[in-house]
Write a protein of this length. Structure first.
Lengths: 221, 407
């Protein structure tokens, strides 16, 4: 499903060169729920960003669903992300000026051929799924942390992507809410969605099918 | 709350900037457009001063024209539809003082020939203007404006009655509506035949400016050529000089023509003929530069405030083009909203100015041209102020926006 071959990521400034990812060779299979763990600054988020085509590797290649995607143009990458990937961020990244409905609708706005009627049906359906159908017209500032992350999950799944990439989705939540979000992700995984999640929480990682450990930008067996 | 306050401050700033722009447009249009009493001025040109030079010694003198010049040269021109001569209405010179209820009222006098009344479109409340023949028969005739009639005749009809001006009796031939003070060729309170001026005439120098009315705008250059030809054939006998220069120019630069001497001298120095246009254009550009810069700054800051949502939108499929278009449309919409508020504010400001009477009889009326120029300028500024920040922001790498927006 996701295949990284000899991936390296180098951040270069005038003074120093930092190797964030070092010779990563990794395969995530379809339907897998994998978690990425490691100490702060080891390259977990960078790895997730490279998998999600939010950032390009300095060397190496990324294949998703058998397609090499690292040499594509910006518009093609945007289209690919829109069709195949969903993202969940630690700090939610909801647009504060938009309602829950409008935030969830965002990925569909960049997809052609979906009528407003269909959009509405899909939005109501995913909000039902994440338990927020009563909050359609609320703004993010009117929601709790857990509710915001549910909106973010609804936004991630509205386009029915096969892969969800979650960067510390429970990092800003208390334990109870964290477990609620984790249950939601596991349910999505049971329905067939491949999920890769960055986490610091060993207990949550243990609930996933596979733990990928990183240290100083390299995979640890 | 912060965003609402920010949006309010931005909209307020944009509205204030555009109000300044709109008010300027309306004032400039009011000053330079041919309208009201000067409706024919778009096909008229004006010569205000004659420059005479003695080449050998470089002695030079700049003055308005004498009646002798008007009679012997200007009236004899064939290309203009009409040649009119009149003194400049100056708010401090050529005044006569009238007394009403113990209060001294200064009234401006303008000295004209008979053709002047066909050049300007003054609204006669009673009577009519005088002709050159009437001046030659009996020059103790006068035209008053409504204000003068109120002072001298308590507002009662007065054609045929006599009014004393500086101790001399004049017969009233007509009364016109008060004239906007900004109409430099039409404004006055009292109009008299040019024969009554106390100014001395000296050869071709006197106190008159000359207006040439063309049959159509395209004839203007022909009039200028004929006038230059007349000057070239000027008889210098009995004068101190041996060359003369004057060029009739359009009324749009009438304000600058008031300073013709300086402008012409500078033009000679810089070898640029249209110095008034150049100077005026530069002043306007500089004046608009500041509000323009302010608008660009406000819009840039407003767009940069949207930084946090860039990462989210791009993650879910937005391209640089999508975002740049979105920000540009928002920029145009908010600027147009600001333009609506500014339009209303401009109307209120103009109403207050008109009501206060601080510009004498000026009744400034925003016309469709001001509206089109105002909205056009707002749109251009909206686009200019939006392009750079929109593109810059939209092109920012996703990871960078995601990292920054979590701070």
């Amino acid at each position: 499903m996701i295949e990284l071959s000899n991936v390296e990521k180098v951040y270069q400034t005038k003074e120093i060169e930092t190797l964030a990812l070092n010779q990563i060779n990794l395969k995530i299979e379809k339907g897998e729920f994998a978690s990425i763990m490691g100490p702060s600054g080891c390259g977990k988020s960078t790895l997730l960003n490279v998998m999600g085509l939010l950032d390009m590797p300095s060397t190496g290649s990324v294949r998703i669903q058998g397609e090499k995607v690292t040499n594509r143009k910006e518009t093609k990458l945007a289209e690919f992300r829109n069709q195949n990937l969903g993202f969940i961020f630690q700090s939610f990244h909801l647009v504060n000026d938009l309602t829950v409905y409008d935030n969830v609708e965002m990925p569909l706005l960049y997809r052609k051929g979906i009528s407003s009627k269909e959009r509405k049906e899909r939005i109501m359906s995913v909000l039902e799924k994440v338990g927020l159908s009563a909050r359609v017209h609320h703004y993010p500032s009117q929601l709790s942390g857990g509710q915001k992350q549910r909106v973010a999950i609804a936004r991630a799944i509205i386009g029915s992507p096969e892969i969800i990439l979650a960067d510390e989705p429970t990092g800003n939540l208390d334990s109870r809410m964290g477990h609620e979000i984790m249950d939601l992700l596991m349910e999505l995984n049971k329905e067939g969605t491949t999920i890769v999640m960055v986490t610091h929480d060993e207990a949550l990682a243990q609930k996933t099918n596979r733990i990928i450990r990183l240290f100083d930008g390299s995979l640890v067996n | 709350m912060r965003r609402k306050l920010y949006a309010f401050v931005t909209l307020f700033g944009i509205s204030l900037t555009l109000t300044l722009l709109f008010a300027t447009t309306v004032f400039v249009d009011h000053i330079f457009a041919s309208k009201g009493t000067e409706s024919k001025f778009d096909r008229a040109i004006f010569a205000h001063t004659l420059r005479m030079t003695k080449r050998k010694t470089e002695d030079q003198s700049n003055n308005p024209f004498s009646y002798r010049f008007v009679r012997d040269y200007a009236y004899k021109m064939k290309t203009p539809e009409l040649v009119a001569a009149y003194s400049g209405a100056n708010l401090t010179n050529d005044l006569v003082y009238a007394y009403r209820n113990g209060k001294r009222e200064p009234l401006t006098m303008r000295f004209t020939d008979g053709n002047y009344w066909q050049l300007v479109d003054l609204e006669f409340l009673e009577g009519r203007g005088y002709t050159l023949d009437e001046i030659e028969k009996d020059d103790k005739i006068v035209i008053l404006d409504r204000k003068s009639r109120e002072i001298y005749f308590n507002g009662e009809p007065c054609v045929g009655k006599t009014v004393q001006l500086k101790g001399v009796p004049f017969r009233v031939m007509g009364v016109v509506e008060n004239v906007d003070a900004i109409r430099f060729s039409a404004y006055s309170n009292i109009w008299l035949p040019f024969t009554h001026t106390k100014h001395q005439e000296w050869g071709y120098f006197g106190h008159l400016q000359i207006a040439f009315l063309a049959h159509q705008q395209s004839d203007i250059s022909k009039i200028q050529e004929e006038f230059a030809d007349k000057l070239a054939k000027l008889d210098f006998s009995g004068t101190h000089f041996d060359s003369a220069y004057a060029k009739p120019k359009p009324a749009t630069m009438d304000v600058w023509e008031k300073h013709d001497i300086y402008a012409d001298s500078l033009g000679q120095f810089m070898e640029i003929e249209d110095v008034p246009y150049l100077l005026f254009g530069t002043v306007i550009l500089m004046y608009l530069f500041l509000p323009g810069l302010n608008l660009i700054s406000l819009n840039s800051t407003r767009i940069m405030e949207r930084f946090p949502e860039i990462g989210a939108r791009k993650s879910f499929g937005a391209t640089t083009k999508h975002l740049a278009i979105q920000f540009m449309i928002e920029n145009i919409m908010i600027t147009l909203l600001g333009a609506l508020i500014a339009g209303a504010a401009t109307f209120i400001i103009i109403y207050l100015i008109n009501d206060s009477g601080i510009f004498f009889n000026s009744q400034i009326a925003p016309g469709s041209r001001s509206f089109i120029v105002g909205i056009g300028s707002a749109l251009i500024l909206a686009i200019l102020s939006g392009v750079t920040p929109s593109l810059k922001l939209a092109k920012t790498p996703i990871v960078k926006t995601l990292k920054n927006s979590t701070k």
